[in-house]
Design a protein around this ligand. Structure first.
Ligand code: GDP
Length: 330
């Protein structure tokens, strides 16, 4: 059954009053690609803008199996016990080949999903990563307008999505395991470099002493990186998401970092910069879409691609040629 559409005012009122059902529907609206939805979503976002920006935005990443969902359940529980409301958003770069979801199954974070102070929302899967990232920012703003104090954005630690998440949060937390080499963990140096904290999970049972050794190794490794612009030196913590230990320290550390960056002025500057980057990302995305949907381009693209493929036309020339066609300067 198709639900009747809400009016723009109903979306705005519902979101601002923290109505979860309306919030969910507003998120769906913002994720939609239909032109009429896009313009309604724009109106809703414009109206809620003054009510956004008040949450602590935390990015959480780590390779599959590191314990992200277990950590988010346990850490999320702790955050809500501190009288904070929490929204958990996930960016799941669905496999382009299989269209399968990496974060996937619906049973993840079952406990947290029953917590009245938590709200969990997976990203719309199947779209291009850039699109997902842009939409996630809108979803984050909607959640802030709905009054959530803390936002977790979860992503799989395997590549490009980390850079995108790092570009929309105030704190970037990297979950790691002891005993597995970095290569094994699939974590690129660049991701380590973005982290405000490395949290070594599964520091329990037989794994405890290995975790302590790994802590020293990571601390040494982090010292080798150039100092972060924010002036914050990344920390290494141990925790067990399963036994719920070390989580209080992680929360304390995040609050400390927040104090630090707010006092130094980095917080505000970073948020402003993130907004500008969001604008630029959107412009690139819109341009690319317009380019490939352009009739003129569509009629010549295949022939030009073939010429490039056969080595008859340098790629650079091909790109210039296409651009001239797009801009109508033949
Ligand atoms: P994700 O793929 O990163 O979301 O990882 P999961 O949260 O699904 O965890 C993967 C596996 O590691 C599951 O079997 C968890 O029970 C286990 N696990 C997660 N956290 C811990 C921990 O702190 N200690 C131990 N021993 N196992 C854990």
């Amino acid at each position: 059954m198709k639900r009747s559409k809400l009016s723009t005012e109903a979306y705005i009122k519902g979101v601002l009053s923290g109505d979860r059902i309306v919030l969910s529907r507003a998120i769906t609206l913002c994720e939609s690609h239909k032109p009429e939805d896009v313009s309604q979503a724009e109106e809703v976002l414009t109206a809620i803008m003054p009510h956004t920006g008040n949450a602590i935005r935390i990015g959480i990443t780590g390779v599959p199996g590191v314990g992200k969902s277990t950590f988010i359940e346990a850490f999320g529980e702790l955050v809500t016990q501190k009288n904070k409301t929490l929204a958990v958003l996930t960016i799941d770069p669905s496999s382009q080949k299989t269209r399968g979801s990496i974060l996937g199954d619906k049973t993840r974070m079952e406990e947290l999903s029953r917590n009245p102070n938590a709200f969990i929302r997976p990203s719309a899967s199947g779209s291009a990563l850039g699109g997902v990232s842009s939409k996630t920012r809108s979803v984050m703003l909607l959640c802030e307008a709905a009054g959530f104090d803390v936002i977790f954005i979860e992503t799989v630690g395997v590549g490009q999505s980390e850079t995108l998440v790092h570009g929309m949060v105030d704190f970037f937390l990297l979950l790691m395991l002891a005993g597995a080499g970095d290569e094994l963990q699939g974590i690129k140096k660049g991701i380590m470099e973005m982290a405000d904290a490395v949290v070594i999970n599964k520091a329990d049972g037989d794994n405890k002493s290995a975790a302590k050794r790994a802590k020293v190794d990571y601390q040494n490794a982090l010292h080798l990186f150039p100092k972060d612009e924010s002036g914050w030196s990344p920390k290494v913590n141990l925790c067990s998401a399963l036994e719920k230990t070390g989580l209080e320290e992680v929360w304390g550390m995040i609050l400390k970092q927040q104090d630090h960056v707010k006092q130094s002025g980095f917080f505000q500057m970073n948020r402003q910069r993130q907004q500008i980057n969001w604008l630029k990302e959107n412009v690139s995305e819109l341009l690319e879409t317009a380019f490939y949907q352009n009739n003129e381009i569509q009629s010549v693209l295949e022939g030009i691609v073939q010429k490039v493929e056969k080595g008859e036309l340098p790629a650079m020339n091909a790109a210039n040629l296409l651009m001239r066609k797009f801009l109508d300067k033949k």
